[in-house]
Design a protein around this ligand. Structure first.
Ligand code: SAH
Ligand code: DHB
Ligand code: MG
Length: 220
């Protein structure tokens, strides 16, 4: 008999739990149709973002890395009708696709997409006095440490930080010399572990995206 398959089980969870509605399915498919990489969060991780946002009663959420807005829809659902999500995206083409998907999901009016390099647009959020209850970091891994610092700066005691892709099929354990992404993830974890204002758990996962994981932190 073939080994049990974590990807098939993940798909079963999504089917049994009715995790995705038409808007989420359309968002996932639109990314594919637009030739964007299929690197959005899995259905279960998306629902976890929705739940974490709701459980923390977060109403102001920051996302770094929009892609087609799949995770953004989940975060926007978590903050509720009076909440607000700011999502930062470098590629204007991705932002255009995301806008359509947010519209289809009925959450367009609670999401602001800011197009530009996140390290350039984050200071504008500080300038206008924005603060966030939850930040989801899921963009260029090389800048992860800087993004965590920004999340702390724009957060408050009790704010939550979620960082995607902390395992990358185990590459973070012993990064190849030229694997800047895995090195950056490792450096970020070290920085988070030493940070005086962060309590952190690093959670490995398997599922439709293979072996990966996320870091979950609370700002004190
Ligand atoms: N969070 C999304 C997936 C994001 S993929 C989801 O789960 O649905 C990563 C995204 O980050 C890509 O769209 C990429 O264009 C964007 N990105 C990469 N570098 C960036 C940067 N420096 N600033 C802002 N966005 C960036
Ligand atoms: C990649 C990026 C992601 O954010 C992700 O969740 C999976 C893969 C990537 O760049 O390969
Ligand atoms: Mg990711």
């Amino acid at each position: 008999m073939a080994d049990p398959d974590p990807k098939a089980l993940d798909n079963l969870f999504t089917e049994l739990l009715n995790t995705e509605d038409d808007a989420l399915r359309a968002a996932r498919e639109s990314a594919d149709a637009a030739g964007m990489p299929a690197i959005e969060v899995s259905a279960q991780h998306g629902k976890l973002l929705h739940l974490l946002t709701t459980m923390a009663r977060a109403t102001r959420v920051l996302e770094i890395g929009t892609l087609a807005g799949y995770s953004t829809i989940n975060l926007a659902r978590g903050v509720g009708a009076d909440g607000h999500v700011v999502t930062l995206e470098y590629e204007s083409r991705h932002a255009d696709v995301a806008r359509d998907n947010l519209e289809r999901a009925g959450v367009c009016d609670r999401v602001e997409i800011i197009v530009g390099t996140a390290l350039d647009t984050l200071p504008t959020l500080a300038d206008r006095g924005d603060t966030f209850d939850l930040t989801f970091i899921d963009a260029d891994k090389e800048n992860n440490s800087a993004y965590v610092e920004w999340a702390v700066k724009l957060g408050h005691p009790g704010s939550i930080i979620v960082v995607d892709n902390i395992a990358r099929f185990g590459r973070v354990l012993d990064p190849a010399p030229d694997d800047q992404q895995a090195r950056a993830v490792r450096d970020m974890l070290k920085m988070m572990g030493q940070h005086p204002r962060l309590e952190v758990a690093a959670i490995q996962t398997v599922g439709t995206k293979g072996w990966d994981g996320f870091a979950l932190a609370r700002i004190s």
